[in-house]
Design a binder for this molecule. Structure first.
Ligand SMILES: Cc1cc2nc3c(=O)[nH]c(=O)nc-3n(C[C@H](O)[C@H](O)[C@H](O)COP(=O)(O)O)c2cc1C
Length: 163
């Protein structure tokens, strides 16, 4: 039996980060686990943007649901986040704060709409003593849409570089 040794953990509000998670999972035969907040984000895009801003600026860690997997089953963890106000989404900050990654190989990626800020740097710091093997910024269109600007080819090559 071919048991996946890689887990892709991600948060995704509008689907872009999930799309990349699913692509990675297919390419490396990984399991996936979606981070979800106990209280879902709701409201107009402007309201969510403002809520996100407040949460990021206060380093707020929203409560998240337990993941449907056991992290100790995996040697390698891929962690994905959308960029929210130049850093990782608050729910991903919660995940890092609750998770000891010190014996894991870790791959970090983020999606963004043209203002990547310090997202990867913040994730690297939050990953503590993890062995970080690769990082990637993936660009989507700036209209808040779901069109990917980074090419599939570039992402395939990135995955191949650590797979
Ligand atoms: C609350 C909020 C804040 C955002 N802040 C940024 C930002 O600072 N820089 C940026 O490039 N994109 C920003 N975006 C756009 C998202 O990062 C981008 O659309 C991402 O691909 C969405 O991923 P998802 O579909 O997995 O949720 C923001 C989106 C939201 C909802």
């Amino acid at each position: 039996m071919n048991i996946p040794q890689t887990l892709v953990v991600y948060f995704s509000h509008s689907g872009n980060t999930k799309r990349i998670a699913d692509k990675i999972a297919l390419a490396v035969n990984a399991d996936t686990a979606r981070i979800e907040t106990v209280i879902p984000y709701s409201g107009t895009p402007d309201e969510i943007s403002n809520q996100g801003k407040k949460e990021v600026h206060s380093a707020y860690k929203p409560e998240i649901k337990p993941l449907n997997v056991n992290l100790s089953d995996y040697k390698r963890i891929v962690i994905g986040t959308p960029t929210w106000w130049y850093t990782m989404a608050p729910a991903v900050l919660t995940f890092f704060s609750q998770t000891d990654l010190s014996d894991k190989d870790v791959v970090l990626y983020m999606t963004n709409a043209g203002w990547p800020g310090h997202t990867i740097k913040d994730m690297q710091k939050a990953a503590g003593r993890a062995n970080i093997i690769s990082t990637k910024e993936i660009l989507f269109d700036s209209g808040g849409g779901n069109q990917m600007i980074t090419s599939e080819k570039e992402i395939d090559a990135w995955i191949a570089s650590w797979k």
